[in-house]
Design a protein around this ligand. Structure first.
Ligand SMILES: [Zn+2]
Ligand SMILES: [Zn+2]
Length: 144
């Protein structure tokens, strides 16, 4: 653990976080603040993740991806990209063309403990009928 860096950026932890896909062909580290987790229940995230996407987010410049060539990007709609491991199929990332400075990261791929909280569910209008509501979360019918 290196605690001797100048991490004085307004109380935000600059601790490096690491994550990877299930098989390890794609791994990454994040050297900057992570946003609280947002659960996206939109129809695309529902199908691609098999349930919903629980994603944190970081500045793309803070994320270093180590990729053996397995990271693939699927453009689900114009300018909407899902990053996944083409070896094991893990969902890893999400990005949109009109916000190229941010990278969403599927929170379950981070090595625990993440120190993150889940704060909000979005696109509740598109949940499937089997979905059980989660108490304590703010809900938005669409995006926010
Ligand atoms: Zn993999
Ligand atoms: Zn979504």
């Amino acid at each position: 653990m290196s605690n001797d860096t100048d991490d004085d950026a307004e109380g935000v932890s600059q601790e490096t976080k690491a994550g990877r896909c299930q098989c390890g062909a794609v791994s990454y580290s994040v050297n900057g603040p992570l946003r609280p987790v947002v659960n996206c229940h939109c129809h695309r995230c529902r199908r691609i993740t098999g349930h919903f996407m629980a994603a944190t987010s970081a500045l793309v410049t803070d994320v270093e991806v180590t990729d053996s060539g397995a990271l693939s990007w699927y453009e689900a709609a114009e300018g909407v990209f899902y990053g996944f491991c083409s070896t094991c199929g893990s969902s890893l990332f999400w990005k949109v063309g009109n916000r190229p400075e941010r990278l969403s990261i599927c929170a379950g791929t981070l090595d625990p403990p993440t120190g993150l909280d889940t704060t909000v569910s979005i696109w509740m209008a598109e949940v499937s009928d089997y979905h059980l509501p989660q108490s304590g979360l703010a809900e938005h019918e669409y995006g926010r």
